[in-house]
Design a protein. Structure first.
Length: 173
């Protein structure tokens, strides 16, 4: 009788509310809204999209799509279907999910915070904050040594950077 009032019962309802409608066993990696909003892309999500069983990218409509554009571009590159979802039932901080069509054996689906990880590796905060900007050879070498997965989020500083006044953060005083 109550199923008529509240709709049919759902299998693993709370889990699916937290993971944008996906079952946990099908999830490869997730990002929070705060992580989506950060400049650059997470290497863990790039790797998840390249996973042989990855089939779709799901993004909450509560996430700023301008921030998620790079992830949408990566999904197209990896031939993943992508969709945005919006439901008052979706709870929690998860804003992006890379999922498979069947169960995958992934123990940890959450991604650690990039800033905390890079600070622990010895990358200066000024370099972390310069994601997407040009860096000098010394700063790029530091990244290659301690966090090579972050290199796609930066580029070598060039003449254009110099002309528009963008300096490597290690050169700023």
């Amino acid at each position: 009788m109550l199923s008529g009032i509240y709709g049919p019962p759902q299998l693993k309802g709370e889990e699916r509310q937290y993971l944008l409608g996906q079952f946990r066993e099908r999830v490869i990696k997730v990002l929070t809204f705060a992580q989506i909003a950060e400049p650059g892309t997470y290497s863990e999500i790039r790797e998840a999209m390249a996973h042989p069983q990855a089939k779709r990218l799901i993004i909450s409509r509560r996430a700023r799509l301008s921030s998620a554009n790079e992830y949408l571009r990566l999904a197209r590159k990896h031939h993943l279907a992508f969709t945005t979802v919006d439901s008052p039932e979706f709870i929690g901080p998860v804003g992006l999910v890379v999922a498979a069509d069947e169960a995958v054996d992934i123990k940890e689906v959450t991604v650690s915070n990039r800033t905390e990880r890079l600070l622990a590796a010895g990358v200066p905060q000024a370099v972390i904050d310069s994601t997407g900007r040009g860096l000098c050879k010394a700063c790029l070498d530091l990244l290659k040594r301690v966090a090579p997965e972050e290199i796609p989020n930066y580029h070598r500083a060039n003449l254009l950077d110099w002309l528009i006044g963008n300096q490597c953060p290690c050169k700023k005083k």
